[in-house]
Ligand binder design. Sequence first.
Ligand SMILES: Cc1cc2nc3c(=O)[nH]c(=O)nc-3n(C[C@H](O)[C@H](O)[C@H](O)COP(=O)(O)OP(=O)(O)OC[C@H]3O[C@@H](n4cnc5c(N)ncnc54)[C@H](O)[C@@H]3O)c2cc1C
Length: 324
Amino acid sequence: MDVRHLDPGADADVLIAGAGPAGCAAAIVCAAAGLRTVLAERAPGPAARPGEALHPGAETLLARLLPDGFADAVRARHDGITVGWGAPPRFQPFGRDANGPWYGFQADRQRLDALLLERARHAGADVRHGCRVLEPAVRTGAVTGVRLSGAATALRTRTVIDATGRARRLTRSLGLTGPPRSPRLLVRYGYAAGVCPRRDAAPAIVADGSGWTPTARVAPGRYQWMRLDFVPDQTRRLRAGPPDEFAGLRPEGGQGGGCQLAAEPEGGRAGLVRGGRRGGIAGPGVLARRAAGPAVRLDGGLAGRGGPGPGPGGGGGSSLVRVP
Ligand SMILES: Cc1cc2nc3c(=O)[nH]c(=O)nc-3n(C[C@H](O)[C@H](O)[C@H](O)COP(=O)(O)OP(=O)(O)OC[C@H]3O[C@@H](n4cnc5c(N)ncnc54)[C@H](O)[C@@H]3O)c2cc1C
């Protein structure tokens, strides 16, 4: 990468909004290339999140981002997934090569985020927690900086990466996202402790006419369930509770052990109904209205995917880059 400062008069070469996996990965790469990198995250630090089931392919990427390893964030591994999609559930192996079967990961997202942040700092990024990105500063159609909470003046930078996930903070400010492309989604999740040999063997994802139920062993003796419902009726609230296969387990958090999270349209806030924690939501899938415009480019999650789950997939941030 060309490490010339994009604008020597600027406060930073690149401002990255959001320190999830996408923002941290961008910060690691930019800082390691010698760019003056600011990573702004509104939260005070990495938080617990549901998931995080990762496909074996994630290993190659994580090995590049975290050369010292990430075993510390891995709680369980599996060589395939049970899928029930328009047919009775059936185990589907991830595959194998001459070295043996490929294994996916059940990662502790809080720990994984902490490792990625540590790496970004080590690479030289200026990581700012409790720092909310408010809006881009725009002059004559081009992004010239970003306004941050607690700062009187905008941080001057000619390159901005929007990695705020479903918040799409900067891309929404610039009117670059389009209409929802999936029904409104509502995700509930919870944890249960005990023994469930079926889920020790492999995680599962089962689809029916109204949504998906992913279940997984997320650590020895600890299981997670999720229920994602397509919610045509915005006012509808769905019953929270673990699926039947976890009937013999001890739910965490009491009263069915479930959090219920209401998904609102683009940029909406998660409304916790019960369970004692706030968490992520899946809003409707959204496509970018324009993939590129004067001096800006979009990629990543703005391609529009709405579905979470412990199955393979997930990941994907959104980015808005001013092309110098
Ligand atoms: C219930 C659920 C279960 C999931 N399960 C899985 C799974 O098992 N496997 C999988 O691969 N994927 C899963 N996903 C998807 C996965 O969590 C996302 O794809 C992934 O987190 C996206 O990473 P990201 O870095 O783009 O965004 P995020 O992880 O959402 O990070 C965005 C960051 O931006 C910050 N931010 C937002 N607004 C601002 C602002 N204005 N200023 C500063 N910071 C801001 C947020 O605080 C956050 O830290 C799941 C999602 C949900 C909702």
